[in-house]
Ligand binder design. Sequence first.
Ligand code: ATP
Length: 359
Amino acid sequence: MPYYRIALIGGDGIGPEVVQEAARVLKAVEGGGLHFSFEEAEVGAALYRRTGEDLPRETIELCRQTDAILFGAAGLPDVRHADGTELVPQITLRMVLDLYAGVRPIKLFPGVPSPLALPEGATIDYVIFRENTEGLFASLGGGSKVGEDLAVDTLVITRKGTERIVRRAFEACQGRAERSGRSLGKVTCVDKANVFRSYAFFRQVFQETARAFPGVRTDFAYIDAMTMYAIQAPWQYDVIVLENMFGDILSDLGAATVGGLGMAPSGDVGDRWALFQPSHGTAPDIAGKGIANPTATILSAAMMCRWLGRQHRDPLAAAAADRIEAAVGNALQDPTGRTPDIGGAATTRAASDAVIKAC
Ligand code: ATP
């Protein structure tokens, strides 16, 4: 009987608010043998203020022992290290658990306003594969500042790190075609290969890895041009793969085109562990007001179910993912299911209630 232990980590700001709604949705799709149990753990800036630690050993242990991690958001602008950087336990977790694939679907749901005027029949539905453990973030905590005149962070691209994220992107492209019954799509490599050796190497490894996927088309764009294409013609993308920092930026831009950060889920996936969280941060400006959009976190919970389904060859978990996604789509068609950031007036609770009802 599929019984999954989930580490539930709310964090700071709106993190706990949206995570608890996603947990309610997971409870709503239990049944037929599928069951979730939640074990809560602490991370973040408020914890750091209280204890001096933002990512305790017990939290890491719980993440290792459970079947999957559902995470809210962490960090607050007024709680910083001496060097001025914010606390980022979620990024440390990616490194510690080797969650190398940052999977960020960018999908426009009917009824949700986009700032773009799309041509008749066009929609936005692509997935960003952000390399999560190296690139510019390899420097995390390791950059150096020399006196008051110089600071350096180093960008690292390895063959192993690039091969594994590129392979994941191609496999996802195949999976998307299978699920939708469409013919094989394309994977776009986004880089700055015209200027930097590191990105030229990323592209070289992409091309070498692509040979194992002959049916999938390949495509290339420089990051600066890509920010323009993502606004001008987002419907032409299927799967995009890119370095860590570029992925960080492009995924927020993509989120803006489909209704904002409240609509953008994500998964940080490794070979053994996976963490699912909304793409947004702690949004301190709306924390405690009961108006945060829970959709990104609910869709992240759906991604978690899909991942559990694959890891455990469990059709019930896969079906739960489909049910949650369909319910989100249905709930958003009705304005009463939409929070203020996407043009409605629903509270966080009312928005997730609408999804639960649709489940
Ligand atoms: P981080 O640096 O931690 O990733 P960020 O700079 O991306 O954070 P967020 O805290 O995610 O910033 O949010 C930016 C703004 O977007 C917020 O101030 C808030 O107004 C809006 N926002 C983010 N998430 C949501 C949400 N779930 N519902 C409604 N509005 C949101």
